[in-house]
Design a protein around this ligand. Structure first.
Ligand code: ATR
Length: 266
């Protein structure tokens, strides 16, 4: 019987992960089954335990359970601990173990798929919620010359930046007069069609604006395009974090190019 994996979240019906992992399994010859599990509010641990009791070997965790998944795990990798969030559960051990592949997924999309150099770059990370937490340390470790976390609520930016050496924090107003090579939008503003209240002039010549959301042209990307920046949504990050999870579970890294191209072609 195929080894069982899945993605757990709420809602999860729209998730592309089952399709992505099915492509990875086919391409690598790994015999896995991958399903979507919708866990109702308060129902995360019960759903994970049921999956585990039924022989499930691993789960991807998506909104809103990444923080809860971290607290559920008996142990975790350093990158999950840095994010205080888990997107990859390993359940085929005595006790549940957590990893976080979101940050490496973003860094691989930026550097491998998009050919961007992070070494020496001035980086701006917008937002200080769960999405930002998962990627700040990996972005900083990729060699950015400077990294600023800006958030609508300043205190949250300060709390996040304090966990990563060299990261600075500010509110949106304090960005006036500063410019960056890479601006990553990790706010959820785009989900409600909103745009963080950012000053003009944030983009250096040749800058990339990256929105971690995917499947929609956000107000942030439209604003960045109008300002002359290159733009990209988070679809590549989604595929790359999935490939890294597959590697963690199966010991083989699937090639992501064909899968990403197929998703982009719709
Ligand atoms: P997630 O896990 O998706 O990051 P979250 O923890 O609720 O979700 O965080 C949402 C992030 O988007 C926060 O940084 C939030 O800013 P606040 O900390 O000030 O709430 C940001 N955000 C959401 N809507 C926004 C908007 N319209 N403008 C600017 N920032 C917004």
């Amino acid at each position: 019987m195929a080894d069982r994996y899945g993605v757990i979240g709420h809602p999860v019906a729209h998730s592309k992960s089952p399709w992505i992992h099915a492509q990875f399994a086919r391409a690598t010859g790994e015999d896995i089954a991958y399903e979507a599990i919708d866990a109702p509010p308060e129902g995360f641990v019960v759903a994970v335990e049921a999956f585990r009791a039924a022989g499930g070997k691993g789960l991807n965790v998506t909104l809103p359970y990444k923080g809860e998944a971290y607290r559920y795990c008996a142990g975790s990798t350093a990158r999950a601990a840095a994010a205080q969030a888990v997107n990859t559960l390993l359940l085929d051990r005595e006790r549940p173990f957590g990893d976080n592949t979101d940050g490496v997924g973003l860094v691989r999309d930026l550097t491998v798929n998009l050919g961007r150099r992070l070494q020496g770059a001035q980086v701006l990370l917008l937002g200080a919620g769960g999405a930002a937490q998962g990627v700040l340390a990996p972005l900083a470790e990729a060699g950015a010359a400077g990294i600023v976390v800006a958030n609508r609520t300043l205190a949250r930016a300060q709390a996040l930046a304090a966990r990563v050496p060299g990261a600075a924090a500010c509110g949106f107003d304090a960005l006036a007069g500063r410019a960056f090579d890479l601006v990553v939008n990790a706010t959820s503003a785009g989900l409600s069609g909103e745009l963080p209240r950012l000053p003009q002039g944030l983009f250096r010549p040749g800058a990339l604006a990256y929105d971690m959301l995917y499947g929609r042209d956000t107000e942030f990307l439209a604003m960045a395009r109008a300002a002359g920046a290159a733009t990209r949504d988070g679809l590549g990050m989604l595929v790359e974090q999935a490939a890294e999870s597959f590697l963690v579970w199966r010991g083989v890294r699937p090639d992501t190019r064909a899968v990403l191209a197929a998703l982009r072609a719709g």
